[in-house]
Write a protein that binds this ligand. Structure first.
Ligand code: NAD
Length: 377
């Protein structure tokens, strides 16, 4: 019998993406799996049930999850959803391994194998599975559009009969996947772009996109291509150099993150007070505490005429393409789990082993296991 792959409707408020987009159907079909979906699961993303040709539509979530071998999710499965799954079900999606301990314990209790998109290793072979990248790129793009829309200025230089308009100065802080896409988007809009990151390797990437790299003299390459947390002295040095750039910017996009840690605070209140009226900060790190001291997640704060926007779940606002890219990421991961039409988890495969959060009643991800064990003692 073909492996049954089920896609429930996302229930978290504000989540507009779906784990299966019609554009990815052909790719899933090639795997020889049977696709099942809860009725209306694609509506919020802009897809009608009729767009899902060949997919079996199921009325209730309980009926759907109760027969699934594999479940595809965007947001982590809730305890209620986990309770509806059969023992041994494999769930692919964001698992938020750094939080939601009771949910993770429930996954163990129910013997669910969960593969977490946050834990997919950042190696070249896994690039097509990397949802942090696909969704990060969307956030970077959209952050610039939010900044341009909220700014009382043009981004491009304009020469008109009513005079010449100088281009907006945009600063991007954090030049990872989201930051690089923000730079490219701001450049396409004609802004004058500068960017900064603690990883010096990003300087070349920033410059290749036509932006100026701000060198603060602080370098903080960490493990696995990520940044490490800065020392107090490094933070002070970084803040001093950056403050002048921030103060002179018309729009600042911040994307700085350290995996599993609260977002580094890079823009303090005093620096915001040096910015001109009408300046905009779009803080993509809002949900993990914000890169700016004044950011409030899900809100816009006006501080003396400077607008600080802290959007939540930005990829959801580009739901069609975000769902398409995310479904392809999931399909590429599922491809590694299916051999001769059957589920086969090869634990010698680094992508599968590293991505696994829970399996066989145990937490497989070291840091999450240590945190949960720490709670017991
Ligand atoms: P991220 O979202 O974890 O962080 C965003 C950026 O913030 C990073 O570039 C980081 O260096 C920067 N940052 C952290 N603290 C900072 C501070 N105090 N000041 C300024 N900047 C700060 O990063 P990401 O976009 O997910 O990418 C992380 C790394 O993974 C990069 O090296 C990227 O090239 C790599 N990557 C590899 C693959 C792959 O090979 N499969 C895919 C995607 C990304």
């Amino acid at each position: 019998m073909a492996v049954k792959v089920a896609v429930p409707r996302e229930t978290r408020p504000g989540e507009r993406r779906v784990a299966l987009a019609p554009a990815a159907l052909r790719q899933f079909e090639k795997l020889g799996v049977e696709l099942l979906m809860q009725k209306g699961a694609g509506l919020e993303s802009g897809f009608d049930d009729a767009d899902y040709k060949g997919v079996t539509l199921v009325d209730s979530e309980e009926e759907l999850l109760g027969q699934a071998d594999v479940v595809l999710k965007v947001q982590p499965p809730t305890e209620k959803e986990v309770g509806m799954m059969r023992e041994g079900t494999v769930v692919l999606g964001y698992m938020a391994p750094h939080e939601g301990d009771s949910r993770i314990k429930e996954l163990c209790k129910r013997q669910i194998t969960s593969l977490s998109m946050e834990l997919v290793p950042r190696i070249s072979r896994a690039q097509s599975i990397d949802a942090l990248s696909s969704q990060g790129a969307i956030s970077g793009y959209k952050a610039v559009l939010i900044a341009a829309e909220r700014s009382p200025r043009f981004f491009p230089m304009l020469t008109t009969a009513a005079g010449t308009i100088r281009p907006s100065k945009v600063l991007v802080i954090g030049a990872g996947v989201a930051g690089l896409q923000a730079i490219a988007t701001a450049r396409r809009l004609g802004a004058q772009v500068s960017a900064y990151d603690v990883r010096s390797a990003t300087a070349e990437q920033v410059e290749s996109l036509g932006a100026k790299f701000v060198d603060t003299g602080v370098k903080a390459e960490g493990e696995g291509g990520y940044a490490r947390e800065l020392t107090a002295e490094e933070k002070k040095k970084q803040a001093e150099v950056l403050a002048d750039y921030i103060a002179a910017s018309h729009a600042v996009i911040t994307t700085a993150a350290i995996p599993g840690r609260p977002a580094p605070k890079i823009i303090d209140k005093a620096t915001v007070e040096r910015m001109g009226r009408g300046a905009v900060i779009v803080d993509l790190a809002a949900e993990t505490g914000g890169n700016c001291e004044l950011t409030q997640a899900g809100k816009e704060v006006d501080h003396n005429g400077v607008l600080i926007v802290g959007p939540k779940n930005v990829p959801s606002s580009v739901a069609i393409h975000a769902s398409e890219m995310y479904s392809r990421n999931l399909c590429n991961l599922l491809t590694l789990l299916i051999k001769d039409g059957e589920l086969h988890l090869n634990w010698d495969d680094q992508v599968i082993a590293d991505s696994c959060l829970t399996h066989g009643g145990e937490v497989k991800h070291g840091p999450t296991r240590e945190r949960l064990e720490g709670e017991k003692s």
